[in-house]
Structures are given as C-alpha cells and as structure tokens.
Design a protein around this ligand. Structure first.
Ligand SMILES: NC(=O)c1ccc[n+]([C@@H]2O[C@H](COP(=O)([O-])OP(=O)(O)OC[C@H]3O[C@@H](n4cnc5c(N)ncnc54)[C@H](O)[C@@H]3O)[C@@H](O)[C@H]2O)c1
Ligand SMILES: O[C@H]1[C@H](O)[C@@H](O)[C@H](O)[C@@H](O)[C@H]1O
Length: 336
C-alpha cells in the first residue's frame, strides 16, 4: 500500500497536534506540506516532521507534489476557501469544525461536492470517534433505553482564548453538541432557544459566558446544553440521555480516585487534547483509511451544513431572546 501524502493547512494548536498524530498513529500516511500565513509556525511544525516542507500559501500546499489528501485546521473563516482548493483537485479533506462560520458558506461546500458527484469532505466532529459516545450511540440505536426524550449536555472549558467571541460560544463550542445530538438521535434540530444567566464575573467582559441552549428535534426530543467556556477548573464534557425506559450518561471522570486529608478527589483534564486524545487518533486513522479509497469516514459536508444552520439560529436567538426555527434546504440524494 502506498503512503498517503497529506497537506496540513493551518499550523496553530490543532494543526500542530493533528500533524504530530498523523506520524504517530495514522499508519499509511505522512505529512508532506504544512501551510500557514505565519511562516514561523509553518516552519516549526514542518521541522518536527520527517521531510515535510513549510509554505505560507494554502493553495500551493494543496497543489504540492505528493499531496493526496488535505487536513484543514485554519480558523473557521478560512475553511471554505481551503476546501475549495482541495475539491478543485478531487482530494479528500478532513476539515476542522465548524465547516464554515455560517450556513451559507457550508451550503456552498455541499453544492461544490454535488457538482463533483462525490463526498470528499469530512468534518472534524471528533466526538463521533470517542469510545464513550460510540457506546451511547450503539445503546440508543438498539433501543436500549427506549425512545429518547432528553439529552442533558454540559460543555465546560477551563478558559477561552483571547480571540473568543459571544457568537463563537455557540458556533465554535456548542456546535459539538449540535452535531452529537443530531448523530446520537438520528434527527434534525428544528428550533433553538438560547438563555443566559447573569454572566460570570470571572469571564471576559462581553462574552456572555455561560449560555444555556435548548434544542427541539424532528423526533420530538429536547436537548439542553450548558456551555461554560471559563469555568476555571478544567475541561468537562458530559451527556445524559433519558429515554422512555432508562437513562445513560457519559463523561464521568475516568481518573484514579485519591482520598487524602479529608477529601476524595479525581483529576479533571485541563483541555480537549487530553479528554479527546483517543478520539482524535481514531478520527485520523478512520479518515486516512477512507481517504486512501477517495472517501470519508464520519460526519460529512451535510452534517457540517446542518450544524452551521443550527448555530446560526442559535446566534439569532441569543441576540433576539426569541425561539428561532432552523431552516434547512432539502437534503440532496448524495447525503441520504
Ligand atoms: N475538534 C476540536 O476539538 C478542536 C479543538 C480546537 C480547535 N478546533 C478547530 O480547529 C481550527 C483551528 O483552531 P486552533 O485552536 O488550532 O487555532 P489557532 O489560532 O491555534 O491556529 C490557527 C492557525 O491558522 C493560521 N491561519 C490563519 N489564517 C489562515 C489561512 N487563511 N490559511 C491557513 N492558515 C491560516 C494561523 O496563523 C494559525 O497558526 C478551528 O476551526 C477550531 O474551531 C477544533
Ligand atoms: O475550538 C474548541 C474545541 O472545539 C473544543 O473541543 C471545545 O471544547 C472548545 O469550546 C472550542 O473552543
């Protein structure tokens, strides 16, 4: 089997992390080019990879000799353009979430794939590759707790980066729960309402952190999400599914429990690269195997579009204070 050459677009935190993982865990692939407008970052990441070269132009990286697939980890606003470079060349793509910052951009990707007549774009909703989420999905699909009535979700980050905005709290963070809910339930989100307590005085001003998101689904379930990106104590993602005949939950701490000095304690992971390390590896292995055959293995461009549309409605609801319906175009046959 020949080795799949990958161009990594965006050499920040996630680009660097994925690039390292490709060499370590995704057999049959290697990074051949790294592109970032910040030449120093591209060089630094490429230097840690055997034989990869650094560029500042994403289009040139995608067109570089030996590139057979593209991993995009630039900021959301740059995703659509980079996906376009890959699709022009018929190359498989793993694009970090969100597929685009708005539904219109994500829909243009769906339309470009339809013109090609092939699904080439996978979106980096890595929770679908997490072992606990996988078990919950199997249980729900098997009817193990009956018809699902509720998903109660919590999404907490220790702190948000300096560039984080109120809209990103929904489009960049809660977007994971939007995708997970659609996937776990096998239903679309039809309406969304966003509520907020008085913002945490410990969060950056103007961020409106935390938020409470309530989603209604096509099958009559309700999904609530606490998104709190400056909780201070660590990274915590939990989900409890409640069905007609039982409940199931994930995200309880997996760490060793220590009893000392009158306390019983377990460490909380400090960020996503720890909590979802296995999921990122599994996502890469599955994508590399599928990309070598010219396809995808996980959430596709339609999923990226549907999630973007829900987040856009959530942003509208957060601004207006009003329940907002989610409008989706008809699902094209390519994604059925
Ligand atoms: N799946 C996850 O758990 C997860 C976690 C963190 C971030 N993300 C996603 O990954 C993406 C990147 O996030 P990050 O935390 O690595 O951000 P980052 O700011 O650390 O890195 C982004 C990099 O992209 C570069 N860049 C800017 N414009 C570019 C362009 N037009 N083309 C190529 N590179 C460009 C920047 O110079 C920077 O080096 C975002 O979409 C984010 O939502 C996903
Ligand atoms: O980009 C990151 C990433 O997607 C994390 O998984 C999520 O927990 C953060 O809230 C988000 O900002």
């Amino acid at each position: 089997m020949s080795t799949l050459g990958i161009a990594v677009i965006g050499a920040g935190r996630m680009g660097a992390d994925h690039a390292r993982r490709i060499g370590r865990t995704a057999g049959g692939a290697r990074v051949v080019a790294v592109a970032d407008p910040d030449a120093g970052r591209a060089k630094e990441v490429a230097a840690g990879l055997d034989g990869a070269y650094a560029l500042t132009d994403p289009a040139a990286a995608v067109a570089a000799p030996g590139v057979g697939a593209v991993l995009i980890a630039s900021p959301a606003a740059a995703h659509e353009e980079a996906v376009g470079y890959a699709l022009e060349r018929g190359l498989p793509v793993l694009c970090e979430k969100p597929l685009a910052p708005d539904a219109a951009g994500a829909l243009r990707v769906v339309e470009a794939e339809q013109r090609l007549g092939r699904r080439l774009v996978q979106v980096g909703f890595m929770r679908r590759h997490d072992a606990e989420y996988g078990l919950l999905k199997e249980l729900l699909d098997a009817g193990g707790i009956g018809r699902p009535l509720f998903l109660h979700c919590r999404h907490r980050n220790a702190s948000s980066p300096p560039f984080f905005t109120a809209d990103m709290l929904l489009g960049d963070s809660a977007v994971h729960e939007v995708d997970a809910a659609r996937w776990l339930l096998g239903q679309e989100v039809t309406a969304v309402s966003v509520f907020a307590p008085a913002p945490s005085s410990l969060a950056p001003e103007g961020l409106g952190d935390p938020r409470f998101v309530l989603m209604e689904t096509s099958g009559g379930a309700l999904v609530d999400v606490e998104v709190f990106v400056n909780c201070g104590f660590g990274y915590e993602v939990r989900c409890e599914a409640v069905g007609e005949s039982g409940s199931a939950s994930l995200g309880e701490p997996q760490a060793v429990e220590v009893r000392r000095a009158g306390l019983r304690a377990q460490a909380v992971p400090q960020d996503f690269t720890v909590r979802f390390a296995d999921a990122y590896d599994r996502q890469l292995r599955r994508w590399v195997a599928a990309a070598a055959r010219g396809g995808v293995a996980g959430p596709d461009a339609w999923d990226g579009y549907a999630a973007a549309a829900v987040c856009e409605a959530a942003v509208a609801s957060a601004r207006s204070g009003v329940r907002t319906a989610v409008e989706l175009v008809e699902r094209p046959p390519l994604y059925r």
